[in-house]
Design a protein around this ligand. Structure first.
Ligand code: ADP
Ligand code: ADP
Length: 223
């Protein structure tokens, strides 16, 4: 049976960082809606052109296009064993659509780790984030620096600072998160799938807590 994990948390909580590590350990595809949008922008697709304005302002891309994009992604062969969703769902409508898509695939949302981090720390993390051009690998200039400044350890591509990581846009994104995405915490708590993890610890400690919080999924994880 395929396994689906939804990583929930504010922008900067460490969802992408943990998804990279966990997808490798758990053998699940990493599905990041933000990465999918950035890929579309890079390839200058119609979807990319539409998404860019919303992303630059720190607003959410409309539900209909976001849902269609993720549905297509989850139907690809590398998701046959399941997926780690990072950055999706972000609204109640997206959460409802996800249940339905997974139902059609014969699965469900198995577990929703909610990574808790306070706002001051989020700003510190986002303002020091560096992202790899080729594949979206994530670094922090102080907390998780690359071996060589400006160069991705994994694929050697250039690192850049995301346009939406500047201070004003970060504030807007946190506001949008509190308004539109935070209600999902209660939604998944009521469904019984929420597990809370303290995201203020170092990256390794957060990984360990995530694995411990989802024993049924992490059973076969590589140490
Ligand atoms: P999200 O996907 O939730 O927005 P990221 O994984 O991109 O978050 O992390 C945001 C920034 O914080 C990145 O620069 C990343 O290197 C850094 N980071 C991630 N986890 C931690 C952590 N546990 N401690 C310190 N910095 C972290
Ligand atoms: P972060 O890592 O800081 O949480 P993401 O890379 O997940 O940011 O998202 C960047 C931007 O892409 C968001 O601010 C939003 O504009 C858009 N986006 C990503 N995922 C979604 C989604 N599920 N619904 C709507 N917009 C999204």
């Amino acid at each position: 049976m395929a396994v689906y994990v939804v990583l929930l948390g504010p922008p900067g909580a460490g969802k992408g960082t943990q998804a990279e590590i966990l997808s490798e350990k758990l053998g699940l595809a990493h599905v990041s809606s933000g990465d999918l949008f950035r890929e579309n922008i890079k390839n200058q697709t119609e979807l990319g052109k539409l998404a860019k304005g919303f992303m630059d302002r720190g607003d959410l891309v409309p539900d209909d296009v976001t849902i269609a994009m993720v549905r297509e992604r989850l139907s690809r062969p590398d998701c046959a064993k399941g997926a780690l969703l990072d950055g999706y769902p972000r609204t109640p409508a997206q959460a409802a659509a996800l249940s339905q898509m997974l139902n059609n695939l014969g699965g469900k949302v198995d577990v929703v780790p909610y990574i808790r981090v306070d706002e001051e720390e989020l700003v510190r993390r986002l303002s020091g984030r560096w992202t790899c051009r080729a594949e979206g690998h994530i670094y922090h200039e102080v907390f998780n620096p690359p071996k060589q400044t400006g160069v991705c350890d994994v694929d050697g591509s250039e690192l850049y600072q995301r346009e939406d990581d500047k201070r004003e846009t970060v504030q807007r994104r946190i506001h949008v998160y509190l308004d539109q995405t935070a209600p999902l915490i209660d939604y998944y708590r009521k469904e019984g799938s929420l597990v809370e993890v303290d995201g203020a610890q170092n990256i390794e400690a957060v990984t360990q807590d995530l694995l411990a919080a989802m024993p049924a999924v992490a059973g076969g994880a590589k140490a």
